[in-house]
Write a protein that binds this ligand. Structure first.
Ligand code: PLP
Length: 397
């Protein structure tokens, strides 16, 4: 009989020739357990999803309650569905005044698609400005604004009229003009290997968008919900977007995304033609119930307030001459090594020793550190010890 691993390789689509092939049977808190009962600490949170760790009881109970009431009823936006209404209301209550209208999607990439369409419709303009080394998802629109040619060239033609600019380059801001529908930027760049823009630059970008009537889209799909030490990453920069993109941790482990704008901007989707963005499963009631419960846990347990101290602890316990730099904010960190080769060896040793981490799509010589926000000080210290030992094993310092 074929093993589960063989069946996975035979029957499930593969996106590389070198999948990790770890077989997890269950997960709880910051730990995941494989089929042989081995425990792994999760330092990547399923790429920024499991902010509350795995299996939070309040999230699970909200899911069960909603499943008992109803699951899918109708394509998005027609029926009044309690979990969607309550979740949107809670999100609006913690967001700036101009972000009052929530469009729920299935995923981050779909939120990106919706936001790009909305910006074009609202401004009547066609050009888009995006950033080198950005990542916004894998669908055609999202690929069009991805700042890495290697991942997209095979899929051309993509959206026309996209110009790329560099983070913190003030001269480039001149490429934003009264022909630009929107600028899309990750508030903190994730797959670039965690790049935090300068505060003054983000404010200049905001001003340039306002000056030219261009909508500023902040992609916080990876950075929101406390990951950087603020509830929303834009709070670090004292700016507010015209459109905010959320996903990943938004659903508390369930798949849901959102693009959020003012009612005036969002209204552009209602006319000429009607139904400007259609989604069947976007804002699924079970996902919204889970997301609302997760947000309440995040706020009630004041998890965001504790993130900065955890960052400091990580920085104190990861000091080694082979580490070239620790970049990032809060629990969204990149540990940079000299080469991909070294990084990969260290990551493999970490995984073998029960610490799950990985590298970044556009920065293969850096290791990702994005644990659930609930990670304790003891867990941080013990995980840092495993990483340091893995560095020692693979270097001759
Ligand atoms: N935007 C950012 C910043 C991301 O990190 C990601 C996913 O990694 C996406 C968009 C796409 O989200 P999804 O994978 O849910 O489509």
């Amino acid at each position: 009989m074929l093993t589960l691993r063989q069946l996975f390789l035979n029957n499930n689509a593969q996106t590389t020739n070198f999948p990790l092939l770890l077989e997890f049977e269950r997960a709880g808190g910051v730990y995941m357990y494989d089929s042989e009962g081995k425990r792994y600490i999760d330092l990547i949170s399923g790429i920024g999803v499991s902010n509350l760790g795995h299996g939070n009881p309040k999230v699970i109970s909200a899911i069960k309650d909603q499943v008992d009431k109803y699951m899918h009823l109708m394509v998005y936006g027609e029926y009044v569905q309690t979990p969607q209404v309550r979740f949107a209301g809670k999100l609006i209550s913690i967001l700036p005044d101009n972000l009052q209208s929530v469009y729920f999607t299935n995923s981050g990439a779909e939120a990106v698609e919706g936001a790009l369409k909305l910006a074009k419709r609202f401004t009547g303009r066609q050009q888009i400005v995006a950033f080198h080394n950005s990542y916004h998802g894998s669908t055609h629109g999202a690929l069009s604004v991805m700042g890495n040619e290697d991942f997209k060239q095979a899929y051309r033609p993509l959206l026309p009229g996209v110009n790329f600019i560099s983070l913190n380059n003030y001269d480039d801001l001149q490429l934003i003009t009264d022909k630009t529908a929107c600028v899309i930027i990750e508030t903190v760049q994730g797959e670039a290997g965690i790049r935090v823009p300068d505060v003054a630059y983000m404010q200049a970008l905001r001003n340039r968008c306002t000056e030219t009537g261009t909508l500023l889209i902040l992609d916080e799909i990876q950075a929101a919900f406390g990951r950087t030490g603020k509830l929303f990453a834009f709070e670090h920069f004292d700016i507010v977007p015209d459109i905010l993109l959320l996903a990943k941790a938004l659903g508390g482990g369930m798949p849901v995304g959102a693009f959020i704008a003012s009612t005036a901007i969002m209204s552009a989707l209602k006319e000429n033609p009607i139904l400007g963005h259609i989604t069947t499963f976007g804002g699924h009631p079970v996902c919204c119930a889970a997301g609302l419960a997760a947000l309440e846990v995040l706020l009630n347990e004041q998890l965001v307030e504790k993130v900065a101290a955890k960052e400091t602890l990580i920085r104190q316990h990861l000091i080694h001459p082979a580490i070239k730099e620790i970049r990032g904010k809060g629990l969204m960190l990149a540990l940079e090594f000299e080469s991909f080769d070294l990084n990969k060896k260290i990551i493999d040793t970490c995984i073998a020793n029960g610490v799950i981490t990985d590298w970044f799509l556009h920065c293969s010589n850096a290791m990702r550190l994005a644990p659930p926000l609930i990670i304790t000080n003891e867990e941080i210290i013990s995980a840092c010890r495993v990483i340091t030992e893995a560095i020692e094993t693979n270097t001759s310092f």
